[in-house]
Design a protein around this ligand. Structure first.
Ligand code: DAH
Length: 340
């Protein structure tokens, strides 16, 4: 019997040695160690018929061989698993690149809002938002635009049927009054928020857009302060020296009023489609705060002066990224948004 066991062992080990796949490995295990018909299992079953003297000898040899076969199978299994080419389907390739985690990013308008806020904050401005749902009083009357005034046409909006006559604000200028009602100068405020207009949309007009309103109120504030502030802001935003031009204009809430243009960044002022061949791009309205506005806010007559300006953020962002249609900004088209 001892010989039988030894023969069985060398046969098994030889067989295991030549195995090339896992299925054969399982087969060999069953062939020798399987519970029902394993050759060694059967031999072990025969132990009970041996004499008391032989039993322990043969028994311990059989157990030792069983262990050796098991060990050889384990070693072979590891060998097969670690050589990827042999049993590819069962291996894990740690060198494969992982699944990419898709990270989103902020919308170009949100990025623009944050950039503008950072710049004004660095110049000592307080950043506010104000209500988008506004009253006729703050949006128009307090800004020296009485009922029936023709300039209301420029700021036509969406009106809500209610006693107070609420509407969607057409600019962030109402915050001038809201802030001045609560605080006394010196004031340095920047309001960045959504505005709405009853607009027939086209490549440069949207019914929903962002305005940056800035105003500074103190004693002896001048137009020079206004121009310096605007230039500093534009230079920081565009990260280059921006040339600006100031033209006389009209707004009911400023006197004098200006329109500010900057030399087209696309063509450097030579003339191109972006600037309608003029070399200049209009970006904002500004002026010295009208005495009537101070009066509405309850400020003492002629004690304070101040400047104010209103910038269309969407147009600035269009200039910065060379976007030729404002409607893209609200289109939710990921092919567009992913570029920024
Ligand atoms: N609110 C104006 C608009 O919507 C922009 C503007 C012009 C704001 C002049 C101002 C200003 O504060 O002084 O077109």
């Amino acid at each position: 019997m001892i010989n039988q066991i030894k023969q069985l062992k060398s046969k098994a080990l030889e067989q295991i040695n030549q195995i090339k796949n896992k299925a054969d490995l399982d087969k060999v295990w069953r062939q020798y160690l399987g519970r029902q018909n394993g050759k060694l299992t059967k031999l072990l079953r025969g132990l009970k018929d041996l004499s008391v003297k032989e039993k322990p000898k043969v028994g311990s040899l059989a157990n030792q061989v069983k262990q050796e076969i098991n060990q050889a199978i384990d070693i072979k299994r590891q060998e097969l698993f670690s050589s990827g080419s042999k049993v590819k389907s069962e291996t894990l390739d740690f060198t494969l690149p992982g699944k990419k985690v898709e990270l989103g990013h902020l919308h170009p308008l949100t990025q623009g809002k944050q950039m503008a806020a950072d710049i004004f904050l660095s110049m000592g401005f307080e950043i506010l938002e104000g209500p988008e749902f506004e009253t006729d009083y703050y949006n128009f009357e307090a800004l020296n635009i009485p009922k029936g005034h023709p300039s209301r046409d420029m700021w036509d909006t969406f009106y809500i049927k209610s006693k107070k006559g609420e509407l969607l604000r057409t600019h962030t200028s109402p915050m001038q009054i809201r802030v001045m009602e609560k605080k006394k100068p010196p004031l340095k405020v920047c309001v960045i928020g959504k505005c709405f207009r009853h607009e027939a949309t086209d490549a440069s007009h949207e019914h929903t857009f962002y305005h940056i309103e800035g105003f500074v109120v103190d004693e002896e504030i001048s137009v020079a302060n206004l121009i310096y502030t605007l230039k500093t802001f534009l230079n920081a935003l565009f990260k280059t020296e921006v040339k600006i031009r100031v033209r006389p204009s009209y707004f009911p809430f400023t006197e004098p009023s200006f329109e500010v243009d900057f030399a087209c960044l696309n063509c450097g002022g030579k003339g191109c489609p972006v600037c309608s061949q003029t070399g200049w791009v209009e970006i904002l309205g500004a002026g010295m705060i009208h005495p009537e506005v101070f009066k509405q806010a309850g400020y003492i007559k002629e004690k304070y002066t101040g400047f104010a300006f209103g910038i269309g953020l969407d147009r600035l962002i269009m200039m910065k990224h060379k976007i030729d249609d404002i409607r893209l900004l609200h289109s939710s088209d990921l092919r567009f948004i992913r570029q920024f």
